[in-house]
Design a protein around this ligand. Structure first.
Ligand code: AMP
Ligand code: MG
Length: 521
């Protein structure tokens, strides 16, 4: 196992001079050196062959003792010094001060095939940023992040990746529901991989501390390493950088809306500067299409991060990033002008995405009405989003509206509820859809093919992860592998795995882990 190192982060950015690994405020520095905690009995549960290949490794490499020990924190790669990053963030709308990598430790930055990757362990022990927590992760949350990040990649959603999932052999104490009933759970570590783990909060922390020098250093570093096509850092380039972050953020969230993904904790420390989905915690997948749904019980009261609000929150977060960049630009107009484009860009991107879901060759402005009406009818009675869009592809130009209704009926959760008040608006919607399809250039067959490339057949439903976790807790890891493989081809028909193309079973409706998740991980 040999990596080509390209450790720009530690070479180009200021380090914390203090080496003590104790919770504290770290000033004027972007990271602190810290060694992962040794694990007592590590066991590799799964590796991503696709991620291995990206790093220039193969399955043989992943079976070595060296791989196991490196990616559970027991040894450090030659010529590297692991580190935790310093960042801050707005949590649920409030400035939370310094957060940082409290339980993530970056092993190294490596290069392969002209791509740069940061290898990071999550759950590898305390760092100066751990505050009052233990720096560890449990198996359930590690399985969820491992499976979901790779699944998102295969869905075509910008995301951080995962290389490996391991047990540490150590027990970790958690109060899963925050109700005073703490218990021991299996500890686990995943190796996450991303081009960069820089977040909005990586800039905010220095702006909040009025440390403009470090702020400029980290912005310049970001531009030189990840946005070098914009040219040498200057006032103008800072604005272009911000504009590109805004564009990437919109693209990412519109993808979330397309596949029915709800992040759950869109705090600014969880917003990647590269516009990649990052920090999979109490995320979830829509089963019933519902703008008001959030999987995160911690957010149950205000539902700030609900499905229907994700694009609005993106803008709120970008405002905070703009404030953080202000001290190195010193002029609000440019930033404001870019922020002003957000709503229009979002509407356009959303319209295009939804028209593609409907199988329209070209989005017309007036399709917004058809889409808006669809969102309304989808919420009349609990309707499975994934099933609905796959079934909709069977509606052909020549079908009459009532046939449309029969085609998608299977995606309703409660057939007893289907009365005239629900059926009538649906039929009206199908009448309008049929008229629109007749004007469109695609044949029924072409449309179906196109729709099935946009509307996934298989997503990581919340209960599916929970089944894999329950099995893993009993020592059986087969389901992790089955789901991992299923989700590699989310748009393909996989007849032998058809059982996963189904509505959420009733037992999972209110089960912890299936529909409700806390931040405890
Ligand atoms: P999250 O909402 O999971 O992104 O976490 C917010 C902050 O809490 C980040 O700074 C994390 O590093 C930190 N954090 C979460 N869980 C732990 C833990 N078990 N130990 C130490 N820090 C943690
Ligand atoms: Mg986080």
């Amino acid at each position: 196992m040999k990596f080509t190192l390209k450790d720009t982060f530690v070479k180009e950015l200021p380090a914390d001079p203090i080496l003590e690994n104790e919770p504290r405020q770290v000033k004027n520095a972007c990271f602190s050196y810290v060694t992962p905690k040794k694990t007592s009995n590590p066991k590799l549960l799964h590796v991503s062959p696709e991620m291995l290949a990206e790093l220039g490794l193969d399955i043989g490499d992943s079976q070595s003792k060296e791989f196991l020990n490196t990616f559970t924190g027991n040894i450090v790669l030659p010529n590297t010094k692991p580190y935790a990053m310093c960042y801050g963030g707005y949590q649920f709308g409030h400035w939370a001060g310094q957060l940082g990598d409290g339980r993530a430790i970056n092993l190294a930055q490596v290069k392969h095939n002209n791509k740069q990757w940061t290898l990071q362990l999550k759950g590898a022990g305390e760092t100066p940023y751990s505050r009052t927590a233990d720096g560890l992760a449990v198996l359930r949350s590690s399985v969820r992040e491992y499976l979901c990040s790779e699944a998102m990649f295969h869905l075509g959603v910008p995301t951080t990746r995962a290389l490996s999932l391991s047990l540490t052999g150590d027990q970790v104490l958690r109060d899963m529901l925050y109700d005073g009933n703490a218990g021991y759970e299996n500890g686990a570590v995943i190796c996450r991989v991303a081009t960069s783990f820089l977040r909005f909060g990586s800039y905010q922390i220095f702006a909040a501390r009025q440390d403009t020098k470090t702020l400029k250093t980290v912005v310049d570093y970001t531009i030189q390493n990840y946005f070098s096509h914009l040219g040498k850092p200057s006032k103008q380039v800072y604005l272009q950088f911000f504009e590109e972050v805004l564009d990437r953020t919109i693209t990412m969230i519109v993808h979330w809306q397309r596949v029915g993904f709800v992040h759950g904790v869109m705090n600014t420390d969880n917003m990647s500067i590269l516009g990649e989905t990052i920090d999979y915690g109490p995320y979830g997948w829509l089963e019933g299409y519902d703008h008001g749904w959030t999987p995160n019980t911690t957010d149950n009261q205000h539902k700030r991060y609900r499905y229907g609000a994700q694009l609005d929150i993106g803008l709120w977060n970008l405002y905070q990033l703009a404030n953080a960049l202000f001290p190195i630009i010193n002029e609000a107009e440019g930033l404001e002008a870019i922020l002003k484009t957000y709503n229009e860009k979002t509407e356009e991107a959303y319209l295009h995405m939804m028209s593609a879901k409907l199988g329209l060759a070209n989005a017309l402005e007036r399709d917004a009405e058809l889409i808006y009406k669809l969102e309304e009818v989808l919420q009349l009675t609990e309707t499975d989003m994934t099933l609905f869009f796959r079934k909709l592809a069977d509606f052909s130009n020549d079908d009459i509206a009532s046939e449309g209704f029969s085609i998608i009926k299977e995606s309703f959760y409660s057939f007893d509820e289907i009365n005239e008040a629900i059926k009538r608006p649906w039929i009206t919607w199908f009448e309008n859809y049929a008229v629109r399809l007749k004007e469109d250039s695609l044949s029924a067959e072409e449309r179906k093919t196109a729709m099935n490339k946009t509307n996934p057949k298989y997503v990581l439903r919340n209960y599916m992860s929970q089944l894999a976790i329950d099995e893993a807790d009993k020592g059986n890891y087969d389901l992790i592998d089955e789901l991992f493989n299923l989700l590699k081809k989310p748009y393909d028909e996989q007849p032998e795995r058809e059982k996963w193309f189904a509505k959420r079973p009733e037992w999972a409706r209110n089960k912890v882990g299936c529909s409700m998740l806390s931040c405890s991980s």
